[in-house]
Ligand binder design. Structure first.
Ligand SMILES: [Zn+2]
Ligand SMILES: [Zn+2]
Length: 281
């Protein structure tokens, strides 16, 4: 059985004829929207063009509603594992019926599932790339000498935010990897979690990482994630400046063993061993 989460849509195909009012402009436009929403190309197969007719016949015969004089339009999703899904056939009852079917499709659970899958793929791509190429092992600074690990806090298609923490949850660095520069967003994100003066806007620095400096394999992977082949890293190295600030530390509220923690940053005395913020204790 095909694992539906593993395969990816790579193209939308529509079999149509220019003289058919179900097809043009109605279904052609709807198919354009479908392809745009799914971020894949649209292939138009016009049955009045001999070379396209052959491909259209084969597609309908193998995956659609085939009779000798088959109904048009017919719409298909093509996946990267070569499987093909029939999505819609025009309604001989009337153009308005075909239009209604399209509109219902766009609001259906089925359609939202397709969009979700697309989104998850996009989300996973940057996260995987960051994990593979941009996260490093290090050791804790200013707090202890234990090794640090990267913990993701949140991510979407073009942003991954995480922290480097030691086993005591002390945060030495907060990082935002993104396909666009998001320095203002990142500042707001930190300010919303870290109260007080320990964080200043000017403490955020940025560094652009290019595919070519990360190796050929990374270069090819990054090209899939972002056509410009770059990831911008905005980061805050927690670096208290006043004597008062030096007694404080930024910590991550998280205790996976007890399945507790809100995953937010909080401040406590640097020698305190609480892994949970006040709200979660
Ligand atoms: Zn530490
Ligand atoms: Zn908490």
């Amino acid at each position: 059985m095909i694992d539906e989460n593993m395969r990816e849509i790579k193209r939308v195909s529509i079999v149509l004829a220019n003289w058919c009012p179900h097809c043009v402009p109605l279904s052609k436009e709807k198919a354009e929207r479908l392809a745009k929403d799914l971020d894949v190309p649209l292939r138009i197969l016009d049955i009045d063009v001999l070379t396209q007719l052959k491909t259209a016949d084969k597609l309908v015969e193998e995956h659609g509603d085939f009779t000798e004089d088959y109904i048009i339009p017919q719409v298909f999703l093509e996946y990267d594992d070569r499987s093909i899904e029939h999505v819609l056939t025009g309604f001989s009852e009337g153009v308005s019926a075909t239009e209604k079917a399209w509109n219902t499709l766009f609001t259906s659970k089925y359609y939202h599932k397709l969009l979700d899958q697309k989104e998850q793929k996009g989300n996973a791509a940057l996260r995987e790339f960051v994990k593979e190429h941009l996260v490093f092992e290090g050791s804790c600074r200013r707090h202890c000498t234990q090794p640090t690990s990267f913990v993701g806090l949140q991510h979407d298609a073009d942003r991954v935010v995480g922290v480097y923490i030691c086993p005591d949850n002390y945060v030495s660095k907060v990082v935002c990897f993104s396909t666009n520069i998001e320095i203002e967003w990142f500042r707001k994100f930190i300010r919303s979690q870290v109260k007080g003066n320990i964080f200043r806007d000017r403490d955020v620095r940025i560094a652009t990482r290019h595919g070519w400096e990360l190796g050929d394999e990374a270069y090819l992977e990054l090209r899939e994630v972002n056509p410009t082949c770059t990831v911008v890293e905005a980061y805050w190295i927690v670096y208290p400046q006043t004597e008062a600030e030096k007694t404080q530390g930024v910590f991550l509220c998280s205790n996976p063993e007890k399945e507790k923690g809100c995953g937010k940053l909080f401040i406590q005395k640097i020698d305190t061993k609480n892994k949970l913020c006040q709200d979660c204790c």
